[in-house]
Design a protein around this ligand. Structure first.
Ligand SMILES: *[C@@H]1O[C@H](CO)[C@@H](O)[C@H](O)[C@H]1NC(C)=O
Ligand SMILES: *[C@@H]1O[C@H](CO)[C@@H](O)[C@H](O)[C@H]1NC(C)=O
Ligand SMILES: *[C@@H]1O[C@H](CO)[C@@H](O)[C@H](O)[C@H]1NC(C)=O
Ligand SMILES: *[C@@H]1O[C@H](CO)[C@@H](O)[C@H](O)[C@H]1NC(C)=O
Ligand SMILES: *[C@@H]1O[C@H](CO)[C@@H](O)[C@H](O)[C@H]1NC(C)=O
Ligand SMILES: *[C@@H]1O[C@H](CO)[C@@H](O)[C@H](O)[C@H]1NC(C)=O
Ligand SMILES: *[C@@H]1O[C@H](CO)[C@@H](O)[C@H](O)[C@H]1NC(C)=O
Length: 785
């Protein structure tokens, strides 16, 4: 796929080359300004251009425009609204007009402005570029269940290829917010609860989406698209799970829980841009957090790209966080944010960076701070080759939703599905079944999760379609919706129960729901998504009763969760024959689910987030800190008897399933585990290699996720009971044995110590290795002397 699309790109680059090298008005007399010289070094081009810019031109480089807001009713650009924005949001318009408008906007930037600086066209693409006919992948929380960074890299390459073909250069992804507070509505956008897994997935996404430079770019250009890693940093664990609420934590949590995934993604993945977050951490709003945005990101890590505020995050400083005056465009907002290291302001609310010129002239804002922010923005433009290749390609259609892209999509769907419970009923066999009841409000619909374009929910393979297609004429499929997602009405149960009674097996599909990018903001009902938070994690409406009614028929019952977050329903865990979890799938979700149900594909997904038993037992994440975890559970028995305990009085802090859990149709036997070294000194540099031998001892070919959790036995501060530090996904045929090497970077074993610095402390580190966190097969010890 890479080869063919590269050839097509090249052909089109030639067609556009005369356009791309159009010489801007101002420079027609200057034979060869350095910034327009493709053979000059990036830093020389940046300084040359910066030196030519007026303060007003600099200000516009630090602000984002939006094509939608520059349109008249006739869908034509209104030139009085065009400004030489540093970046331009280009989304939520159909593909045809969008391609034209992107081209026209860019052409205006280059040909109708003094210095001809191209704008960075920005769009969304967490799990597919924001185009209704682009390839749409499962939600990120599902992608993470694949434990397959190579697949995430391929997926992100598809997103980058498709978006870039119409001239988009910057994608607002990956999302690295941790799902440690599952009441928060946006946890479906990230890679689950774990710092390490999130970092590996984020890095793979960046490598895939950024890709290589476009044909026609100078040698100094590195990439075609910039990833915008978000939300920097510590978002997603808000008080009460409420959107925009503060996050409580200190330097140690920031350094050890939140920042490592960002460092891995940004520095090792080479990300070019970053988005800040809406929240305040330890009382400091993210947009003005100089410690994180400058001291850590720039001075410690050496990041050289730009940071953009999330939409409206600068205005929020004044009317949400109240660190400035909300009654007028208080210049303090722009001064504080720019000084802290928020280089560019995204639109969406009144733009505070329009104060820049005046504040510099009044002496309230240091010009050097503005220059540095502009430098970072321009640097990314040169690294993207935008001055040489500013436009998309003519034949963009042929690179979007190709057969190859859809194939990657289906594989990701299949690897994202997690088999939670199975008493042996699965896989189903269509040759032995006469009938199957397909029941539930999720069976006949698509659920995509956040960040899909308007109209997306009308496209895709539903579970019902997937099952019907797979079984063909052999099996009678009896469909009943049973109930609506959003209602307590049980009048549909009768038909569902009848269908179940008359069938050999019943598959009941229940879960949460979300909306597309337009509906999301129209105040319609949904249970997950941006600004849609929950106070409970149980099934909404009549759904649990529907499962109970079907199970009561005595027909073997399989429950499928189609969801954007963990579902806390202990009754279902203990009373049905099998449970499958499908975090919001992509366009071929129904096909993938059918393939799993009928054993055409062996499930290999592992949970990226723990499923709490009840909302009241949060937090449920597996890597809870040592101490504070005595467990003497109580319970309410089915017969109504109350059995009293202490933690909790009538419950348990243990989740239904921990992070890392997932079953297969085959069995994996761990044969041996060996470390490359069992004793090292504190200044050791090489990775520790964990060599694991696993046998597929069952009847199905299958993929196993070999997981390595580490317990830092005695540390100078309290550390997690265990934490994931390495994993590998291995494909093993039935009866075969595989040996896999898993590198553990020593940086991963460092602790933010009692003296507030990262240290590889002396002592024992016990490595637990196996197919899950809860039930490791082996342990072995590394000693640091
Ligand atoms: C363009 O925008 C300006 C400023 O908002 C407005 O006055 C004008 O009517 C618009 N022109 C068209 C053709 O929509
Ligand atoms: C998406 O593709 C379908 C089928 O090819 C087509 O009918 C529809 O117009 C397309 N939608 C957009 C917005 O391009
Ligand atoms: C893009 O715009 C330029 C200048 O307006 C035009 O010459 C060119 O044909 C357009 N290209 C595409 C692919 O639409
Ligand atoms: C892209 O495809 C759409 C329909 O799917 C078509 O209307 C349009 O003309 C195509 N664009 C180009 C540039 O081929
Ligand atoms: C929820 O949304 C659906 C679909 O948009 C609508 O038909 C239904 O009436 C809504 N129900 C409630 C209770 O808001
Ligand atoms: C209720 O069930 C529990 C657990 O099975 C049992 O210990 C208890 O004796 C039962 N109580 C009654 C009143 O049947
Ligand atoms: C570690 O492995 C040994 C066997 O090698 C076993 O006896 C011990 O129980 C294991 N420890 C833990 C905490 O699992």
């Amino acid at each position: 796929m890479l080869v063919t699309s590269a050839i097509k790109l090249f052909a089109c680059a030639i067609a556009l080359s005369s356009l791309a090298s159009a010489v801007p008005v101002e420079n027609r007399d200057d034979d060869s300004p350095t910034y327009l010289d493709p053979s000059a070094e990036v830093e020389d081009r940046v300084e040359d251009l910066l030196g030519r810019m007026t303060l007003e031109e600099k200000m516009y480089q630090l602000m984002q425009g939006d094509i939608q807001k520059m349109l008249g009713d006739d869908m034509q650009l209104n030139s009085t609204l065009l400004k030489p924005w540093g970046a331009t949001f280009a989304a939520n318009i159909d593909r045809e007009p969008l391609a034209r408008l992107i081209n026209e906007t860019q052409s205006w930037m280059i040909n109708d402005n003094r210095l001809g600086i191209p704008t960075i066209m920005q769009s969304e693409g967490i799990h597919g570029w924001l185009d209704v006919n682009a390839t749409m992948f499962p939600s990120a929380i599902g992608m993470a269940c694949t434990f397959n960074p190579d697949l995430v890299r391929e997926m992100a390459d598809v997103v980058g290829t498709e978006a870039n073909s119409i001239g988009v250069h910057n994608i607002f992804a990956p999302v690295l917010d941790l799902a440690r507070e599952p009441r928060f509505g946006r946890i479906e956008e990230g890679y689950g609860e774990d710092t390490y897994l999130t970092g590996e997935m984020g890095k793979a996404y960046v490598e895939g989406v950024q890709g290589k430079a476009r044909p026609g770019s100078p040698k100094t250009a590195k990439h075609r698209v910039a990833a915008m890693v978000k939300h920097f940093a510590g978002f997603g664990s808000s008080l009460g799970g409420l959107n925009l609420a503060p996050v409580v934590g200190g330097e140690r949590d920031m350094r050890t829980i939140y920042l490592p995934s960002f460092k891995r993604t940004i520095m090792d993945g080479g990300a070019l841009s970053i988005m800040n977050a809406y929240h305040a951490y330890d009382g400091v709003p993210s947009a003005i957090d100089r410690h994180v945005l400058t001291e850590i990101l720039r001075e410690e890590w050496g990041f050289e790209g730009f940071v953009e505020s999330d939409s409206g995050a600068i205005a929020n400083l004044c009317d949400l966080h109240f660190v400035c005056d909300s009654s007028f465009l208080d210049p303090q907002a722009a001064i504080k944010a720019l000084t802290a290291g928020t280089d560019m302001e995204m639109g969406g609310r009144p733009m505070h960076y329009q104060n820049i010129v005046e504040q510099v002239e009044k002496g309230n804002l240091d010009l050097s701070i503005v220059n540095e922010a502009v430098r970072r923005t321009l640097r990314v433009k040169f690294l993207l080759g935008l001055f040489e290749v500013p436009y998309g390609i003519a034949d963009y259609n042929s690179t979007i939703h190709t057969e190859e892209h859809v194939k990657i999509e289906l594989q990701m769907e299949e690897e994202a599905i997690v088999l939670l419970e199975n008493d042996g009923i699965l896989p189903l066999n269509e040759k032995k079944l006469d009938s199957i009841a397909v029941i539930g409000p999720q069976a006949g619909v698509m659920q995509y999760g956040d960040y899909v374009p308007h109209g997306m929910f009308e496209r895709g393979v539903t579970p019902l379609q997937g099952i019907t297609e797979l079984v063909g004429d052999e099996v009678d499929v009896r469909y009943a919706e049973g109930c609506k997602l959003w209602s307590l009405d049980e009048s549909g149960f009768k038909t569902a129960v009848k269908a179940a009674k008359r069938s050999d097996v019943a598959v009941v599909m229940v879960g949460t729901w979300s909306r597309d990018q337009v509906e999301l903001w129209q105040n319609v009902n949904a249970t997950t998504g941006e600004h849609i938070d929950q106070n409970d994690l149980a099934l909404v409406g009549a759904q649990l009763n529907l499962v109970k009614a079907v199970q009561a028929t005595g027909t073997p019952t399989v429950v499928v969760y189609v969801t954007g977050k963990p579902i806390a329903e202990p009754w279902i865990k203990y009373n049905v024959n099998a449970i499958i979890n499908a975090f919001y799938p992509g366009e071929n979700g129904g096909t993938a689910l059918a393939n799993i149900l009928f054993g055409k594909v062996n499930p290999s997904g592992k949970l990226s987030v723990s499923f709490p038993t009840y909302v009241g037992s949060l937090p449920a994440y597996y890597n809870f800190p040592k101490s504070g975890r005595p467990i003497s559970p109580g319970m309410i028995h089915a017969n109504g008897t109350l059995q009293f305990g202490q933690q909790y009085v009538l419950g348990t802090p243990e989740p239904l399933w921990y992070f890392g859990h997932g079953l297969s149709y085959t069995t994996f036997e761990y044969k041996s585990v060996k470390l490359s070294k069992t004793e090292i000194t504190q200044d050791e540099k090489d990775d520790i290699i964990v060599t694991v031998t696993v046998k597929n001892s069952g009847d199905y070919d299958g993929k196993e996720v070999v997981q390595v959790y580490v317990d830092d036995v005695i540390a100078s501060v309290v550390v997690p009971n265990k934490a994931l530090k390495g994993f590998a996904k291995v494909d093993i045929a039935a009866g075969e044995t595989a040996t896999v090497d898993i590198p553990i970077r020593l940086e991963e074993l460092e602790v933010w110590d009692i003296n507030n610095k990262f240290t590889l402390e002396k002592g024992d580190f016990v490595f637990y290795v196996g197919g899950s966190y809860a039930e490791p097969s082996f342990n072995t010890t590394l000693t640091v002397v």
